[in-house]
Design a protein around this ligand. Structure first.
Ligand code: F6P
Length: 326
């Protein structure tokens, strides 16, 4: 079957995530396999406005899947939000002869794609963010690597916290969501996990679990705080000091969580999603977000995807409560 598009652009936007390169590679290789040309737009929407592009061929994406970051660079563009910026972006698409765009990023990236679709450009979104906060997808590229990176640091922290019988308060990323905190908290065996989705009651959620663990014989404590929790790790640590007089240390893991070589899971999901995105375009589809539903690759209309909501995984919450409840 003759593909519905001849030349497509691919870009990464927003916070980078390990696995984005694998997604770009999959887009390029799948496109070439179907006789579609592929252009890389560098620096996200910023590059789309300024015409910052690179031709991508088979070899240019070779040996990129195992690398962290994004070979296409990333940015957040305020100019794209303006009419003038949008017009310039559309002009670049015309100048490059692009029939379609594949954008890899989060909700902000998808909203941008929607505005381009309204100007007549075919678009497909791929969820790439360490936060796993894309409502339509059970999984986002980068989440597994970031969880493992955070976990490795927390395991190290635990060694020293145990030696000194301290309480460690670790802040993990996640933007306004607590998915990363929850996965990391369950995996590291935290005493307390605080997420923005759950309204915080200090006595019930922090003091009590630590007190119970102390009575059960524990002499060091691991408290995981999602960055979206009001006050963040420093506030939580201060309250713990005041209420329990524990020797407390704060660690903000920060951007280290966004780096590193992607795990097998992130490379796999990214490759599947990149492949699916090109297939949708080749079939003449537009305005879709590729997503995971369990182990299946599915796709949704972008507007529908943006209107969906996603809470913390229910079974995970139950497990967490049993693990920390004593
Ligand atoms: O969305 C990914 C993310 O790393 C969030 O977890 C975090 O809140 C934000 O990006 C940080 O953004 P920046 O790189 O602009 O500091």
């Amino acid at each position: 079957m003759k593909p519905a598009v001849k030349r497509i652009g691919v870009f990464t936007s927003g916070g980078d995530a390990p696995g984005m390169n694998a997604a770009v590679r999959a887009v390029v290789r799948t496109a070439l396999h179907h006789g579609i040309e592929c252009i890389g737009i560098r620096r996200g929407y910023h590059g789309l406005i300024s015409g910052d592009f690179v031709k991508l061929d088979f070899e240019s994406v070779s040996d990129t899947s195992r690398r962290g970051g994004t070979m296409l660079y990333s940015a957040r563009s305020k100019e794209f939000m303006t009419e003038d910026g949008l017009d310039k972006a559309v002009a670049t698409c015309k100048m490059l002869g692009l029939d379609a765009l594949v954008g890899i990023g989060g909700d902000g990236t998808f909203r941008g794609l929607l505005t381009l679709a309204n100007k007549g450009i075919s678009v497909i979104g791929i969820p790439g963010t360490i936060d796993n906060d894309i409502a339509c997808s059970t999984y986002t590229i980068g989440y597994d690597t970031a969880s493992n990176t955070a976990l490795e640091s927390i395991d190290r922290l635990r060694d020293t916290m145990k030696s000194h019988e301290r309480c460690s308060v670790v802040e993990v990323m996640g933007h306004r969501a607590g998915h990363l905190a929850m996965s990391v908290g369950i995996s590291c065996g935290a005493t307390v996990v605080l997420t923005p989705e759950n309204e915080l009651d200090y006595d019930r959620d922090v003091v009590e679990p630590i007190r119970r663990a102390r009575l059960a014989g524990r002499t060091h404590f691991m408290v995981i705080v999602a960055e979206g929790v009001p006050g963040g790790a420093y506030d939580v640590a201060q309250k713990i000091k005041e209420a329990l007089a524990l020797d407390t240390r704060v660690t903000i893991l920060g951007h280290v969580q966004r780096g590193g070589s992607p795990t097998a899971r992130d490379r796999m999901v990214a490759t599947y999603m990149g492949h699916a995105a090109v297939h949708l375009l080749a079939e003449g589809k537009t305005c879709r977000v590729v997503a995971m539903k369990g182990d299946d690759v599915v796709d949704y209309d972008i507007t529908e995807a943006l209107n969906m909501t996603k809470g913390l995984e229910k079974y995970g919450l139950e497990v967490l409560s049993d693990m920390t409840g004593i």
